[in-house]
Design a protein around this ligand. Structure first.
Ligand code: FAD
Ligand code: FES
Length: 296
């Protein structure tokens, strides 16, 4: 097995029968699901995930999800997109139904080190879901947070016109993610289509513009979650600027607990030979510098 940046967590993992507290359908086939899961809510850290058993016999395997936020230290809220059988079944649950969930799983973002004053979060589509809890933790650490989201679909969370001016984009690029801006984070949304208020281009181009504008003295740390191509580009830009970048890899998972190897990620070994790590145990967060970006 590899020598990943983070070690597998030796913290307790809980199995809870979690009552559905609230479920709301959002635009673009997204869904917000609040579950009562006190043991998990009290211990989960940003970037860790839960493995959720969809209701009834809809799927054999559990499905992995990051946690958007914890509420009242007793509940967790998931934000997910309906893409297949498991997520379709989850979107149909009602308050009072109970879901069998396991967590916290995985390593989470590295929040133990000294913090860069500036944190830049880059997300593709529903990759934004696990980043809100991170933005909350970064605010507590005193980092100034920027979020750049790329999507060709509906933005999964509430948007509004930003009250903050940015010098590296045109003033009419003003759509922000309301939850993030309320935390004091600066957010913008990118799309390859011409959409009013959006940046025309890729989220990684927003990162590039930001870093170029900030100059060589910028001591930022980069965090990203989304499709492989976006992560690869983001990792490349962070490397050009000599910045630490952590990526959350949403690999397809079987067991979610390290037993089946279906989530293996190819990393660059010390001597150049490939080594493999399990995204569910050694990940899902990896130092972008050790991921073999040519593996896919
Ligand atoms: C650590 C982790 C955290 C995640 N967090 C979130 C989250 O917060 N919100 C969210 O919406 N999704 C998240 N995902 C992705 C989510 O687990 C999948 O979308 C879900 O398992 C699909 O289940 P399904 O039965 O509906 O789809 P399936 O029928 O299994 O697959 C339908 C389609 O979805 C694709 N798919 C399946 N699994 C994944 C995956 N892991 N990543 C990307 N595409 C996939 C398949 O390739 C296929 O095209 C996360 C995945 C991981 C590993
Ligand atoms: S999903 Fe089975 S080892 Fe990771």
């Amino acid at each position: 097995m590899s020598a990943p940046r983070h070690q597998p967590s030796d913290e307790p993992v809980y199995r809870e029968s979690a009552p559905v507290v609230r479920v709301s359908a959002l635009r673009g086939g997204h869904c917000r699901l609040r579950l009562g899961a006190p043991s998990i809510a009290a211990s989960i850290r940003p970037g860790q995930f839960v493995n959720v058993g969809p209701p009834g016999d809809s799927t054999l395997l559990r499905r992995p999800f990051g946690v958007y936020q914890t509420l009242d230290r007793t509940d967790i809220e998931l934000l997910f997109k309906v893409v297949g059988k498991g997520t379709a079944a989850l979107a149909e649950v009602s308050p009072g139904d109970e879901l069998d969930i396991i967590g916290p799983l995985g390593n989470g973002f590295d929040l133990s080190e000294d913090f860069a004053e500036t944190a830049v979060l880059v997300a593709g589509g529903f990759g934004v879901a696990p980043l809100y809890a991170l933005a909350q933790a970064l605010r507590e650490k005193g980092s100034q947070t920027y979020l750049f989201v790329g999507t060709e679909e509906d933005v999964p969370v509430e948007t509004s016109d930003s009250s903050m001016q940015l010098s590296f984009v045109d003033p009419d690029v003003k759509i922000t993610l309301t939850d993030f801006e309320e935390l004091g984070a600066v957010a913008r949304v990118a799309s390859m289509r011409h959409r009013p208020g959006f940046f025309h281009g890729l989220a990684s181009e927003l990162l590039e513009r930001f870093l170029h504008h900030a100059g060589s003295g910028c001591n930022a740390r980069v965090y990203a979650c989304g499709p492989w191509a976006m992560l690869k580009r983001t990792a490349g830009i962070a490397a050009e600027y000599n910045l630490t970048c952590e990526v959350l890899l949403e690999e397809r998972m079987g067991c979610g607990i390290g037993a089946c190897m279906s989530c293996a990620v190819r990393l660059k070994g010390e001597n150049g030979e490939p080594v493999y790590a399990r995204a569910c145990v050694e990940g899902p967060v990896f130092d972008a510098a050790i991921v073999d970006w040519d593996a896919k």
